[in-house]
Design a protein around this ligand. Sequence first.
Ligand code: AMP
Length: 438
Amino acid sequence: MPFTQLGLSAELLRAVSEEGYSKPTPIQQQAIPVVLEGRDILAGAQTGTGKTASFTLPTLQRLMETPINSGRQRVVRALVLTPTRELAAQVHDSVRTYGRHLPLRSAVIFGGVSMVPQFRALRNGVDIVVATPGRLLDHLRQQTLDISQVEVFVLDEADRMLDMGFIRDIRQIMNMLPRARQNLLFSATITEEIKGLSAQLLHNPALVEVARQNQAADTVSQRVYAVEKDRKRELLSHLVGTGNWQQVLVFVRTKHGADRLANQLIRDGIESASLHGDKSQGARTRALADFKSGKVAVLVATDIAARGLDIDQLPHVVNFELPNVPEDYVHRIGRTGRAGANGEALSLVAQDEAKLLGAIEKVLKRDIPRATEPGFEPNFVLRSQPGYKAPHRGDGGHNRPAKANVRHAGNHGDPARRSARGRSSGDQRGNARAGRNS
Ligand code: AMP
């Protein structure tokens, strides 16, 4: 199906074709017509599926259908909430990209830097706000932002928001929204908890689901290197050097570990940077920009910092340590092989990670092929072991059906009731950029 059949305006189609998209992705095919009808939606789609455009394009169009804003006398008509600053910045970039031929204004609001530029952007009048919950609430409390006339409310990566303990913030924000509005809820997994939230938030929603991208993982080739723990760094440097890898995202478990590894790699002569929640927003933005531009070959990141990162054509992902939550493996390797490009995901696995590996292979429902590098053969045999107990993370929907489909979703499920897992690095106080789409 071509984009032209989705009912989008000429200005939006022009922006889409300027992005080089030839046809809509499955989530876009399913979601765009439903959102254009004005219906609420519960969408199960991971990052990498084209989900951002699937809510941004029709939201922009809906705003254009009744152009009530002009000049500085604007009210906020669309609000997008995201769990992390990076995701907020990326979604805002998409709003600006897809809306570049429309006279709509937007701003992004997130924690970590001064509120002053945000005040200014909001005072100048915006139609669309993309925000993380904490800083948005700061603005609402200070009455520098009014969301009482929002027509379209989007919750992006809702499962992550719940994981990060944002449920109370979300409820507070919901209470300040007008009753009559359109709600779009996007989540990588549709757990019982998400169903509970959707029962409170959505009215007569359409349920749209696409295949969990990495369950298929056809475009990502995965390999496990069994290796002594204290030789992991050496093996990584060797693989980067001999393979002449130019862009590698490396995952570690701790912030300290990220800094240490980045520094060791620099000593090995490899341009590297780290990305984690303890870094200032400026340092995070710089590390990401250097990585995207190719100035830095290796970006060492923690799971939370890398959440939602969208790097075009990222060729290599390395798990320097396996994640504690098996589903995070799927999220991690989802950074590569996106939108049809080929990617490679390698895991360096020490003997004491055998149970973690077992848990990951159970989630994947298959074994990951093993590889060895001459000179780095381990002195143990790596067998993935059963028996790993992962930290709980609102279960129940990890293995959704494979085909995209739209169906009516009743308001089922219990209200969201699980408590916060700690709201670490999601929405530290911070800065914003304002954008003008014209
Ligand atoms: P998302 O799932 O929103 O994070 O999008 C993942 C990536 O897919 C982004 O880099 C988008 O620019 C890209 N993308 C979105 N829609 C399309 C499309 N229809 N065709 C090709 N690439 C797309």
